[in-house]
Unconditional design. Sequence first.
Lengths: 150, 126
Amino acid sequence: MTSITLVRRIAARPTIVFEALTTAEGVAAWWAPEDVQAIMTEVDARVGGAFRIRFPTLDGEEHEACGEYLEVVPPLRLAMTWRWVFGGVVVERDNVSRIEFDLRPIDGGVELTVTHTDLTDEASASIHGEGWVGSLGRLTRLVEKATEQR
Amino acid sequence: MLNYPPRELDRTFAALGDPTRREILARLEREETLTISALAAPFAIKLPAVMKHLDVLSAAGLITRSKHGRTVDVRLAPDRLRDAADWLARYERFWSPALDRLAAMAEAKEAAAKEAEKRQSEAPDV
């Protein structure tokens, strides 16, 4: 597995940083490139919940990234899958990334560690497994909702 | 976004994940071509161990070996190394400014929260 790890010290309390990572308003403000307004941001930060952001690039095209939350432990840890989508079509189906955010409280703020891992076929298969668990979670919620409405 | 066959990159990064192998690559970068015995000389490990490291580097496409009579010349093969560096650069280009924006936003919110807390603590009890 190929991965990159970045560490940043941020002078803000963990809850504020975690909120920036897990709300649509927060994500829209930092995920898209500079001078670009996100067209759409969808953040459902719970296990099995969806992440989706669409933004225009300077060449006039639209880019969309989507993923699914795997671990949500406020305000310390967030793990998600991530892939690019073009024109509604998921590209690189077998090339899912996994992004992990770990927040460690330090004096005067947070040390944020971001690990972005490219997953090979084998690993993405196990992630797809987790994806199924997420889908089952969604299905269960739908069923519960339908039952409530009766 | 990703044009590199992931398995090859995995092999490259796995090969780079060892200090002896990185030292071998660093020496090859400085000296271009070295024989295996010249390469092995500064290391405390035995020749067969060096040979094993060279096998790993060779399988990852990071070096080439060519036989000249009784000696084997080892050279750096820079393409794979460049691919690995490109891969890191792509992600770095995305994450570095994104995390700068995240930090700036969180720090502004922290300042606002502190200001609000200060005002609250200074407010006279009613």
